[in-house]
Design a protein around this ligand. Structure first.
Ligand code: GLN
Length: 289
């Protein structure tokens, strides 16, 4: 925890969503869930935080449960561009790089919305079910706070629509996307909900083992945005972050670890979260390599 707190001092709590700028920088929670069913946690591990882009992982999973071929619409290639880059989407002719940058995540939410009528509910249900019925909510203030100033996601949605990549209306999609990002849960819930990525016996219905392997592969190459290579080198685990300060890492066959520490580094990843997971991986020798 000292390691995480030390690194957090060099980061900054996100200013992108005004409602999240109020979250105290000193919050720190960690939870480890193992495939044997153990859960170990410390710090602010029962405080619900804004999972933000961690939701992209669960929305993608909910979509792949229904449509295993959805990869062809969202891509699976790493990119060094910022997670909400409009220039990158323009350069690629409106084709998202992967489901973890905002352009790809908007396509995921659009397709999940089209299939289920409520992408937020589908994502919340998945997290709740996979975590064994733990508390999962949506923070309306955070969702509205993002929607009011959401020019960038709006621009991305318009570029996607121009290229014929969306089925639902832009306003409806952006409202759903911002509510999906505003899902709140504690680190124990997130660690447990993601355990299916580490444990083949826990496959959510409709998900093939090959799909889980692919999700882990794309998490490793793209889950931490431009820092993915650095995280693969330093930590060696598939991982996903969110601007609320959450980071989740997966050790296939062993378990998951989730850390929440709000200050972010220059790549938009939790500075303390990454440092804590790096130290944890070192101590436990968790690595996919
Ligand atoms: N809601 C944020 C956005 O769409 C999520 C970004 C993130 O957590 N990296 O920009």
């Amino acid at each position: 925890m000292t390691v995480g707190a030390g690194a957090a001092e060099h980061g900054r709590v996100t200013a992108q969503i005004p409602a999240l700028a109020q979250v105290p920088a000193s919050c720190f929670g960690i939870a480890v869930a193992t495939v044997e069913g153990q859960i170990v946690h410390a710090g602010d591990s029962t405080t619900e935080f804004s999972i933000q882009s961690l939701s992209k992982l669960f929305a993608l999973t909910a979509l792949l449960q229904q449509d295993p071929s959805a990869w062809s619409h969202v891509g699976w290639h790493p990119t060094n561009a910022h997670f909400n880059s409009v220039a990158e989407l323009e350069r690629s002719g409106g084709r998202p790089a992967n489901p973890f940058v905002n352009a790809g995540a908007l396509v995921v939410t659009d397709r999940l919305l089209e299939r289920t009528g409520d992408a937020v509910a589908a994502t919340v249900d998945l997290i709740r079910r996979e975590s064994g019925g733990r508390r999962v909510s949506v923070d309306e203030d955070v969702a509205v706070s993002e929607m009011i100033a959401d020019h960038r996601n709006s621009a991305l949605a318009h570029v996607l629509a121009e290229h014929g990549r969306l089925s639902c209306g832009i306003e409806r999609l952006l409202a759903q996307y911002c509510h999906q990002c505003a899902i709140t849960a504690d680190v124990q819930t997130v660690a447990r909900a993601a355990l299916f990525l580490a444990d083949r016996r826990r496959l959510p219905s409709g998900l093939a083992p090959a799909t889980v392997r692919r999700i882990n592969a794309v998490l490793l190459t793209s889950g931490m945005y431009g820092a993915a290579g650095d995280i693969a080198y330093r930590v060696g685990l598939p991982a996903k972050s969110g601007i609320g300060g959450g980071v989740l890492a997966v050790m296939p066959g062993r378990g998951t670890v989730c850390v929440w520490s709000p200050p972010l580094d220059a790549d938009g990843n939790s500075a303390g979260g990454v440092a804590a997971i790096e130290r944890f991986a070192e101590l436990t020798e968790w690595s996919v390599f």
